[in-house]
Design a protein around this ligand. Structure first.
Ligand code: GLV
Length: 320
Protein backbone atom coordinates (compact mmCIF):
# COMPACT_ATOMS: atom_id res chain seq x y z
CA UNK A 1 0.00 0.00 0.00
CA UNK A 2 1.29 3.46 -0.92
CA UNK A 3 1.97 5.91 1.92
CA UNK A 4 -0.51 8.76 2.22
CA UNK A 5 0.58 12.35 2.14
CA UNK A 6 -1.04 15.76 2.39
CA UNK A 7 0.15 18.85 0.48
CA UNK A 8 -0.95 22.05 2.19
CA UNK A 9 -1.20 24.22 -0.95
CA UNK A 10 -1.87 23.74 -4.64
CA UNK A 11 1.54 23.18 -6.23
CA UNK A 12 2.77 22.53 -9.78
CA UNK A 13 1.02 19.56 -11.45
CA UNK A 14 4.26 17.88 -12.52
CA UNK A 15 5.51 17.81 -8.97
CA UNK A 16 2.23 16.38 -7.71
CA UNK A 17 2.45 13.70 -10.43
CA UNK A 18 5.97 12.82 -9.35
CA UNK A 19 4.82 12.36 -5.74
CA UNK A 20 1.83 10.32 -6.90
CA UNK A 21 4.16 7.69 -8.36
CA UNK A 22 4.97 6.57 -4.83
CA UNK A 23 2.26 8.11 -2.63
CA UNK A 24 -1.48 8.55 -2.25
CA UNK A 25 -1.78 12.32 -2.50
CA UNK A 26 -4.34 14.70 -1.08
CA UNK A 27 -3.86 18.42 -1.53
CA UNK A 28 -5.41 21.67 -0.29
CA UNK A 29 -6.79 22.90 -3.64
CA UNK A 30 -6.13 26.64 -3.30
CA UNK A 31 -3.07 28.50 -4.48
CA UNK A 32 -3.42 31.75 -2.57
CA UNK A 33 -5.21 30.76 0.62
CA UNK A 34 -3.51 28.75 3.36
CA UNK A 35 -5.05 25.52 4.54
CA UNK A 36 -7.26 26.19 7.60
CA UNK A 37 -5.82 24.89 10.84
CA UNK A 38 -8.91 22.71 11.41
CA UNK A 39 -8.31 20.91 8.09
CA UNK A 40 -4.65 20.39 8.91
CA UNK A 41 -5.57 19.06 12.36
CA UNK A 42 -7.90 16.52 10.76
CA UNK A 43 -5.52 15.49 7.96
CA UNK A 44 -2.45 15.11 10.13
CA UNK A 45 -4.04 12.31 12.13
CA UNK A 46 -3.71 9.60 9.51
CA UNK A 47 -1.10 10.68 6.97
CA UNK A 48 2.44 9.32 6.63
CA UNK A 49 3.94 12.48 5.17
CA UNK A 50 3.23 16.21 5.16
CA UNK A 51 4.40 18.60 2.44
CA UNK A 52 3.96 22.09 3.93
CA UNK A 53 4.84 25.74 3.47
CA UNK A 54 6.27 28.30 5.87
CA UNK A 55 2.73 29.64 6.35
CA UNK A 56 1.78 26.53 8.36
CA UNK A 57 2.56 26.34 12.06
CA UNK A 58 3.60 22.79 12.76
CA UNK A 59 3.60 22.91 16.55
CA UNK A 60 3.53 20.35 19.33
CA UNK A 61 -0.28 20.30 19.54
CA UNK A 62 -0.52 19.46 15.86
CA UNK A 63 2.25 16.87 15.91
CA UNK A 64 0.65 15.14 18.90
CA UNK A 65 -2.42 14.40 16.78
CA UNK A 66 -0.32 12.52 14.22
CA UNK A 67 -0.46 8.74 14.52
CA UNK A 68 1.61 7.65 11.52
CA UNK A 69 3.51 10.75 10.49
CA UNK A 70 7.08 9.98 9.43
CA UNK A 71 8.12 13.16 7.65
CA UNK A 72 7.39 16.86 7.44
CA UNK A 73 8.85 18.31 4.25
CA UNK A 74 8.98 22.10 4.41
CA UNK A 75 9.02 24.05 1.15
CA UNK A 76 11.54 26.60 2.50
CA UNK A 77 15.05 26.77 3.81
CA UNK A 78 13.85 28.34 7.09
CA UNK A 79 12.00 25.99 9.43
CA UNK A 80 11.05 28.25 12.33
CA UNK A 81 7.41 27.36 11.58
CA UNK A 82 8.08 23.81 12.81
CA UNK A 83 8.59 22.67 16.40
CA UNK A 84 11.79 20.75 15.71
CA UNK A 85 12.15 19.45 19.26
CA UNK A 86 8.66 17.90 19.28
CA UNK A 87 9.25 16.36 15.85
CA UNK A 88 12.51 14.87 17.08
CA UNK A 89 10.87 13.45 20.20
CA UNK A 90 8.23 11.78 18.04
CA UNK A 91 10.86 10.44 15.63
CA UNK A 92 9.46 12.52 12.75
CA UNK A 93 11.97 13.56 10.09
CA UNK A 94 11.92 17.25 9.14
CA UNK A 95 13.42 18.36 5.82
CA UNK A 96 13.99 21.71 4.11
CA UNK A 97 15.15 23.14 0.78
CA UNK A 98 18.48 24.96 1.08
CA UNK A 99 20.96 25.41 -1.75
CA UNK A 100 18.61 25.87 -4.69
CA UNK A 101 17.39 29.25 -3.45
CA UNK A 102 20.76 30.73 -2.48
CA UNK A 103 21.52 32.81 -5.57
CA UNK A 104 17.95 34.00 -6.07
CA UNK A 105 17.70 35.18 -2.47
CA UNK A 106 21.10 36.88 -2.73
CA UNK A 107 19.84 38.67 -5.84
CA UNK A 108 16.83 40.00 -3.96
CA UNK A 109 18.99 41.04 -1.01
CA UNK A 110 21.07 43.07 -3.42
CA UNK A 111 17.97 44.46 -5.12
CA UNK A 112 16.80 45.78 -1.74
CA UNK A 113 20.21 47.31 -1.07
CA UNK A 114 20.05 49.16 -4.38
CA UNK A 115 16.39 50.14 -4.05
CA UNK A 116 16.88 51.63 -0.59
CA UNK A 117 20.25 53.30 -1.23
CA UNK A 118 19.10 54.95 -4.46
CA UNK A 119 15.49 55.60 -3.35
CA UNK A 120 14.10 53.72 -6.34
CA UNK A 121 10.53 53.17 -5.10
CA UNK A 122 10.26 56.69 -3.70
CA UNK A 123 11.62 58.19 -6.93
CA UNK A 124 9.19 56.21 -9.05
CA UNK A 125 6.26 57.50 -6.98
CA UNK A 126 7.67 61.04 -7.16
CA UNK A 127 7.49 60.91 -10.93
CA UNK A 128 4.06 59.29 -11.13
CA UNK A 129 2.62 61.66 -8.53
CA UNK A 130 3.56 64.61 -10.76
CA UNK A 131 6.15 66.01 -8.38
CA UNK A 132 8.95 66.01 -10.98
CA UNK A 133 9.05 69.66 -12.07
CA UNK A 134 12.72 69.95 -13.02
CA UNK A 135 16.11 68.30 -12.60
CA UNK A 136 17.87 69.72 -9.57
CA UNK A 137 21.27 68.97 -8.07
CA UNK A 138 20.31 67.37 -4.77
CA UNK A 139 16.93 65.99 -5.78
CA UNK A 140 16.30 62.43 -4.51
CA UNK A 141 19.96 61.91 -3.70
CA UNK A 142 20.79 58.67 -1.90
CA UNK A 143 23.79 56.67 -0.74
CA UNK A 144 26.53 55.04 -2.78
CA UNK A 145 26.72 51.29 -2.95
CA UNK A 146 30.06 51.29 -4.74
CA UNK A 147 32.91 51.38 -2.22
CA UNK A 148 30.62 51.14 0.83
CA UNK A 149 31.10 48.77 3.78
CA UNK A 150 28.70 45.86 3.90
CA UNK A 151 28.10 44.08 7.22
CA UNK A 152 26.57 40.63 6.96
CA UNK A 153 24.98 39.07 10.02
CA UNK A 154 24.87 35.32 9.40
CA UNK A 155 27.52 34.03 7.01
CA UNK A 156 25.83 30.99 5.54
CA UNK A 157 25.22 30.06 1.92
CA UNK A 158 23.20 33.21 1.15
CA UNK A 159 25.70 35.41 2.99
CA UNK A 160 28.51 34.08 0.79
CA UNK A 161 26.44 34.64 -2.36
CA UNK A 162 25.85 38.26 -1.29
CA UNK A 163 29.61 38.68 -0.72
CA UNK A 164 30.31 37.62 -4.31
CA UNK A 165 27.93 40.27 -5.59
CA UNK A 166 29.38 42.89 -3.23
CA UNK A 167 32.83 42.50 -4.80
CA UNK A 168 31.44 43.59 -8.15
CA UNK A 169 30.47 46.83 -6.41
CA UNK A 170 33.88 47.36 -4.83
CA UNK A 171 32.44 46.89 -1.36
CA UNK A 172 34.39 46.15 1.75
CA UNK A 173 32.75 43.24 3.58
CA UNK A 174 32.70 42.49 7.30
CA UNK A 175 30.62 39.78 8.91
CA UNK A 176 29.41 38.41 12.19
CA UNK A 177 28.38 34.82 12.76
CA UNK A 178 27.96 32.43 15.69
CA UNK A 179 31.19 30.76 14.62
CA UNK A 180 34.02 32.10 12.50
CA UNK A 181 34.05 31.07 8.86
CA UNK A 182 37.80 30.79 8.26
CA UNK A 183 37.36 29.27 4.83
CA UNK A 184 35.13 32.10 3.61
CA UNK A 185 37.56 34.61 5.16
CA UNK A 186 40.42 33.13 3.16
CA UNK A 187 38.43 32.70 -0.01
CA UNK A 188 36.87 36.17 -0.12
CA UNK A 189 39.12 38.28 2.10
CA UNK A 190 36.20 39.21 4.36
CA UNK A 191 36.75 40.20 7.99
CA UNK A 192 35.09 38.78 11.08
CA UNK A 193 34.04 41.50 13.56
CA UNK A 194 32.03 41.64 16.77
CA UNK A 195 28.36 42.51 16.47
CA UNK A 196 28.99 46.01 17.88
CA UNK A 197 31.82 46.66 15.45
CA UNK A 198 29.70 45.50 12.55
CA UNK A 199 26.84 47.79 13.57
CA UNK A 200 29.14 50.80 13.96
CA UNK A 201 31.22 50.32 10.80
CA UNK A 202 28.71 49.21 8.18
CA UNK A 203 26.94 51.32 5.59
CA UNK A 204 24.70 48.37 4.74
CA UNK A 205 23.69 45.75 7.30
CA UNK A 206 22.17 42.57 5.90
CA UNK A 207 20.38 40.21 8.24
CA UNK A 208 20.79 36.67 6.89
CA UNK A 209 20.72 34.53 10.00
CA UNK A 210 18.18 31.79 10.80
CA UNK A 211 15.35 32.78 13.15
CA UNK A 212 15.67 31.05 16.51
CA UNK A 213 15.05 31.91 20.17
CA UNK A 214 18.57 33.36 20.21
CA UNK A 215 18.06 35.61 17.18
CA UNK A 216 14.63 36.91 18.21
CA UNK A 217 14.90 40.76 18.32
CA UNK A 218 18.62 40.50 17.56
CA UNK A 219 18.30 43.99 16.07
CA UNK A 220 16.58 46.08 18.70
CA UNK A 221 16.80 49.65 20.00
CA UNK A 222 20.37 49.29 21.28
CA UNK A 223 21.67 47.76 18.04
CA UNK A 224 19.93 50.41 15.94
CA UNK A 225 21.44 53.14 18.11
CA UNK A 226 24.94 51.91 17.23
CA UNK A 227 24.38 52.23 13.48
CA UNK A 228 25.47 55.20 11.39
CA UNK A 229 22.81 57.79 10.57
CA UNK A 230 23.43 56.87 6.93
CA UNK A 231 23.14 53.10 7.54
CA UNK A 232 20.73 50.93 5.60
CA UNK A 233 19.26 47.80 7.16
CA UNK A 234 18.19 44.92 4.93
CA UNK A 235 16.23 41.94 6.23
CA UNK A 236 15.61 39.02 3.88
CA UNK A 237 15.71 36.38 6.65
CA UNK A 238 12.78 36.46 9.10
CA UNK A 239 10.80 39.36 10.53
CA UNK A 240 11.20 38.40 14.17
CA UNK A 241 14.95 39.02 14.02
CA UNK A 242 14.36 42.78 13.86
CA UNK A 243 12.17 44.54 16.43
CA UNK A 244 9.77 46.44 14.22
CA UNK A 245 8.77 49.07 16.77
CA UNK A 246 12.41 49.96 17.40
CA UNK A 247 13.07 49.98 13.66
CA UNK A 248 10.09 52.26 13.02
CA UNK A 249 11.32 54.73 15.65
CA UNK A 250 14.88 54.72 14.26
CA UNK A 251 13.65 55.32 10.70
CA UNK A 252 11.09 57.96 11.66
CA UNK A 253 13.66 59.95 13.63
CA UNK A 254 16.27 59.50 10.86
CA UNK A 255 18.60 57.68 13.25
CA UNK A 256 19.32 55.38 10.29
CA UNK A 257 18.89 56.12 6.61
CA UNK A 258 16.58 53.42 5.32
CA UNK A 259 15.44 49.81 5.55
CA UNK A 260 14.66 47.17 2.96
CA UNK A 261 12.36 44.49 4.31
CA UNK A 262 11.19 41.31 2.63
CA UNK A 263 9.96 39.73 5.87
CA UNK A 264 7.85 40.82 8.84
CA UNK A 265 6.93 39.75 12.35
CA UNK A 266 3.39 39.16 11.11
CA UNK A 267 2.87 38.11 7.49
CA UNK A 268 1.08 39.52 5.63
CA UNK A 269 2.04 42.76 7.42
CA UNK A 270 -1.19 44.57 8.43
CA UNK A 271 -1.85 47.48 6.05
CA UNK A 272 -2.14 49.92 8.94
CA UNK A 273 1.35 49.01 10.20
CA UNK A 274 3.36 52.21 10.97
CA UNK A 275 6.34 50.96 8.90
CA UNK A 276 4.20 51.27 5.77
CA UNK A 277 3.81 55.04 6.32
CA UNK A 278 7.54 55.78 5.97
CA UNK A 279 9.13 56.86 2.67
CA UNK A 280 12.54 55.44 3.62
CA UNK A 281 11.38 51.82 3.82
CA UNK A 282 11.05 49.44 0.89
CA UNK A 283 8.70 46.60 1.74
CA UNK A 284 8.21 43.38 -0.19
CA UNK A 285 5.82 40.45 0.40
CA UNK A 286 8.41 37.76 1.28
CA UNK A 287 9.65 37.17 -2.28
CA UNK A 288 13.32 36.38 -1.56
CA UNK A 289 13.34 33.09 -3.45
CA UNK A 290 10.53 33.99 -5.84
CA UNK A 291 11.91 33.31 -9.29
CA UNK A 292 9.97 30.79 -11.37
CA UNK A 293 12.97 28.48 -11.74
CA UNK A 294 13.92 28.59 -8.09
CA UNK A 295 10.44 28.04 -6.72
CA UNK A 296 10.06 25.00 -8.98
CA UNK A 297 13.46 23.70 -7.90
CA UNK A 298 12.46 24.16 -4.25
CA UNK A 299 9.23 22.22 -4.80
CA UNK A 300 11.20 19.44 -6.50
CA UNK A 301 13.68 19.25 -3.64
CA UNK A 302 10.83 19.20 -1.11
CA UNK A 303 9.13 16.40 -3.09
CA UNK A 304 12.37 14.38 -3.27
CA UNK A 305 12.95 14.84 0.47
CA UNK A 306 9.43 13.58 1.17
CA UNK A 307 9.62 10.60 -1.17
CA UNK A 308 13.02 9.47 0.06
CA UNK A 309 11.98 9.71 3.71
CA UNK A 310 8.93 7.58 3.01
CA UNK A 311 11.10 5.00 1.23
CA UNK A 312 13.36 4.90 4.29
CA UNK A 313 16.19 6.43 2.26
CA UNK A 314 18.18 9.41 3.50
CA UNK A 315 16.79 12.66 2.04
CA UNK A 316 19.29 15.24 0.84
CA UNK A 317 18.32 17.96 3.33
CA UNK A 318 17.44 16.74 6.79
CA UNK A 319 16.90 19.17 9.68
CA UNK A 320 16.20 16.39 12.24
C1 GLV B 1 11.92 31.48 2.66
O1 GLV B 1 11.82 32.41 3.40
C2 GLV B 1 12.59 30.27 2.99
O2 GLV B 1 12.93 30.08 4.16
O3 GLV B 1 12.81 29.46 2.09
Amino acid sequence: MKPTIYITRKIDDQIVEKIRETCEVEMWPEEDTPVPRSVLEEKIQKIDGLFCLLTETIDKTLLEKAENLKVVSNLAVGYNNIDIQSAKEKGITVTNTPGVLTETTADLTFALMMATARRIVESSSYLRDGEWKTWSPMQLTGQDIYGATLGIIGMGRIGEAVVKRAFGFGMNVVYHNRSRKQEAEKKYGITYVSMDQLLKKSDFICVLTPYTKETHDLIDEKELSLMKSTAILINTARGGIVNEEALYNALKDNKIWAAGLDVFEQEPIPLDHPLLTLPNVVTLPHIGSASIKTRLKMANVAADNLIKSLKNEKPEYVVV
